[in-house]
Design a binder for this molecule. Structure first.
Ligand code: PEP
Ligand code: MN
Length: 471
């Protein structure tokens, strides 16, 4: 386990001298898991100082707009679709991968709107998902023990780049800002304009029954859009563009801290944390979440997260106890703001049935109203005999179906899904209509961390969830 000593108290006070804005440092007095040791402390301070002087990447207005949409998801009036890479690389900050992901999230959301009859909130694991928690600080590569890859924000995947380089913190900011700038530009330039026909290539679906089922959904969606255009229903301009928010795991707290600013609340927003018209906003992304490895009640991450105005997520794995879950909610959301917290459950297909029900009941009894989001990826990872990390499409859908069922049984509802996906034609997860087998995984296996659904698998999952009408 790491300790807080790296940044507190000496570094914290040095940091304060460097950075006038940093006065919310309570998290540094708590134990910090996955802590980063910067050998070059001067360079680290310089990087954080630079970050603290750069403008916000996102604004309070956008953050609060998302929080208010998530309130709808918590109340069963909207559905949250969140997805993107496990580890976003700086090199994904390029035209094609960004466009492919925007299009995929848009298409999936249309399918889910069709299936659920509810608005869909889209959040990308994009524009900042650069930090990865690791189970071990080192790994063996070619018979040599080297530091593990911790994400582009800290070190490089190349074995020669595994030392932590603080300049990467600043590089992360610029890649994040550039990615979001391009997303914003594309959204206002028609990439999500539903007046244009979408390309729904279903040629890979060999099963005739499935091909028919999916084609029927696509034709229903296309027909509805045509009808709305014909009758001129789009008076609000909603067919021209959509919202796409950004998110990442809030892991490297010194990075998150440097982009946390005391800013004026948007007009009309009543904060439950402060009443002086201002609040602490994490301006690195609209939504950040606490990982399953860093959610300790008395840890630095929970301490940091409890102070910000942003909507937040908490990963809930199989080791979470019922009372621990409620205690966590009480700490990060003492005023029980509806939709402030998204619980991202990731038990695995064999554990979801026994664990989700008691968690739902415990949260209900506590009076907290959360967004229940299913992450069917992280509890369903396994390695092939050749040592390739993969996930099967069937296991992923199985955890989702079970989550839908358990929520229904407990008079609750699934408020969203959280996926690792890419718009590229990768072969990282097995199954789906293309019939990817374990032998095919090496064809185009490009992830630097966990296996992602490819475009066709992700869309198919949306079809299946929509068809089960449970969303
Ligand atoms: C992740 O979302 O990539 C991740 C590391 O998840 P978890 O914290 O649930 O293991
Ligand atoms: Mn992952």
């Amino acid at each position: 386990m790491g300790s807080a000593t790296e940044w507190s108290p000496d570094c914290a006070s040095a940091l304060k001298q460097h950075i006038h804005l940093l006065n919310y440092l309570a998290w540094q007095s708590k134990p910090i898991k996955q802590v980063v040791t910067y050998e070059d402390k001067e360079a680290a301070l310089a990087a954080l100082s630079k970050l603290s002087s750069l403008p916000p990447i996102v604004t309070p207005h956008e953050i609060i707009k998302l929080k208010s949409s998530l309130r709808d998801a918590a109340l069963g009036k909207a559905f949250l679709l969140q997805g993107g890479d496990c580890a976003e690389l700086f090199s994904y900050c390029a035209d094609d991968p960004i466009n492919a992901k925007i299009k995929l999230l848009l298409q999936m959301s249309l399918v889910l709107i069709w299936g659920s009859n509810k608005p869909v909130i889209r959040i990308g694991r994009m524009a900042g998902q650069y930090a990865k928690p690791r189970s071990s600080p080192t790994e063996m590569v070619d018979g040599k023990e080297i530091p593990s890859f911790r994400g582009d924000i800290l070190n490089g995947f190349d074995p020669a780049q595994r030392h932590v380089d603080p300049e990467r913190l600043v590089t992360a900011y610029f890649h994040s800002a550039t990615t979001l700038n391009y997303i914003r530009g594309q959204l206002t330039s028609g990439i999500a304009d539903l007046h244009n026909p979408l390309d729904w290539d279903l040629g890979h679906v060999q099963d005739e029954g499935l091909q028919k089922k999916y084609s029927q959904i696509v034709s229903n969606i296309s027909e509805s859009l045509r009808f709305m255009r014909t009758i001129g229903a789009d008076t609000s301009g909603q067919l021209q563009t959509v919202d796409l928010y950004t998110s990442h795991e809030g892991l490297v707290l010194e990075y998150e801290q440097s982009l946390t600013r005391k800013l004026k609340h948007p007009a009309g927003y009543q904060s439950s944390l402060s009443d002086d018209g201002k609040g602490w906003y994490n301006t690195s992304a609209h939504f950040i979440w606490i990982g399953d490895r860093t959610r300790q009640i008395d840890g630095g991450h929970v301490e940091y997260f409890r102070g910000i105005e942003n909507p937040i997520g908490i990963k809930v794995g199989p080791s979470m106890k019922n009372d621990e879950l409620v205690e966590l909610l009480d700490i990060v959301n003492p005023n029980k703001e509806v939709g402030k917290v998204t619980l991202i459950t990731r038990y695995g297909k064999d554990k979801v049935e026994s664990m989700l029900g008691p968690h739902i009941e415990a949260v209900k009894k506590s009076g907290h109203v959360v967004v229940w989001q299913c992450d069917p990826m992280h509890g369903n990872t396994h390695s092939t005999p050749e040592g390739i990390k993969t996930r099967s499409f069937n296991s992923i859908f199985s955890e989702l179906s079970s989550a839908l069922k358990v929520h229904k049984e407990h008079d609750s509802f699934l408020g969203g899904m959280h996926l690792e996906l890419t718009g590229d034609a990768v072969t990282e997860c097995t199954g789906g209509s293309e019939g990817i087998e374990e032998e095919d995984l090496s064809l185009n296996y490009t992830t630097y961390c966990d296996p992602r659904l490819n475009e066709k698998q992700a869309l198919e999952l949306a079809f299946l969830v929509a068809a089960s009408k449970g969303a």
